[in-house]
Design a binder for this molecule. Sequence first.
Ligand code: PGA
Ligand code: ZN
Length: 436
Amino acid sequence: MTAIKSVRGRRVWDSRGNPTVEIEISLEDGTRGRAIAPAGASRGTREAVDLRDGGMRLRGRDVTGALEGIAEHIAPALIGLDAENQKAVDERLLMLDPSPTKETIGGNATVAASLAVLNTTAASQRVPLWRYVADLYGCVPTVPLPEIQIFGGGAHAGRRVDIQDFMIMVPGASSFEEVMEITSEVYFAAGDIMASRGKLAGVADEGGWWPVFSSNEEALETLVQAIEKAGEKPGERVVISLDIAASEFGSNGRYRLALEDRELDSGQLIDLLGTWLDAYPIVSIEDPVAEDDRDGMIAFTRRFGDRVQVIGDDYLVTNADLVEAAVRDSACNAVLVKVNQAGTVSESVSAFQAARGAGWGAIVSARSGETEDVSISHLSTGLGCGQLKVGSFTRTERMAKWNECLRIQEELGADSFAGAKALDRTWWGRNKDKSK
Ligand code: PGA
Ligand code: ZN
């Protein structure tokens, strides 16, 4: 037993310059540790909410109410608890706010508290966080295969294009280092192509190039060209992954593609995505339809689920009950795990375990508002989930997570890299031997 001695909240700032919550824990044995809450921009309606002050100050985004809740409710509830009992800590947090979206105490406060306890306990045991997580949940630690954004769109780029994330994955790499090298080549090749066309206009929220394109397809074409310019054959070592984030441009079965000024119903959107799957080497699609489009998600998964990874983000909001319902529906075949969508580590792990139990894939993910906190690199490795989504290949709040994976791989060895195994369920996985 290592009792929690103090819990202290403080206001820090995220990658978009918004206030966010950090919690620092100290234990009776003298160990100190901390964690910071990230923040989403394309949020699911059923995810844990960030408690923000509202009003005019700091555009309503300040977190003084959340910090008061930490001092008045969270600290007294956690002090004296055994930090090694993560489940009990998280249950205590849930008791403070039983509302489904944690709107009373704030998901930003609970996630910082929950992750801070996890971090501090690992430090107290003098083991890296990934090892502590692997031991706690009985998983085989695995260095993840990343999804890395090359162009940012949707809510992360003033809706300049409809689709939110145009990413690459490098399942043909033999190590995490090699993924970094190849991604760097592709990222700058994409920038060079845009510059040569007079279309370089900075970067989006997660550091991917700002998408000065006249159609979503132009973004896909440019991505393929960038992969080629980097000396790779698209679909061999390097493949494409998309986060459609369809809830951002559709609801009630209607989807408005602003860039092309046209409206699609759910079936037409699915058909359109199908043409992209035929034309481009895409292995993974996240939120292909909106969070309220159950029939659409079932239809999409039925048509394409044996070819591509179908990830539920806003659709599942890291919630075990929603994962179980989707498993029953045969909607999606992979879950995105964002700890702040659930609000605690234990709930996130339950969602992960529900997905794993059904044979699904799982991807630990950052948010578009991030910080120097690198807990998710360890969580992904420790849970052995095989994949990690962090955003782009620039900006330190992103690179810190990739760099942490490099350190972890150094310790675990290149054999622990998930690589191709992460995409075994996709066309790429089935054809990988042919591509060598
Ligand atoms: P968010 O987006 O962090 O802005 O919600 C990330 C994602 O949709 O995966
Ligand atoms: Zn998403």
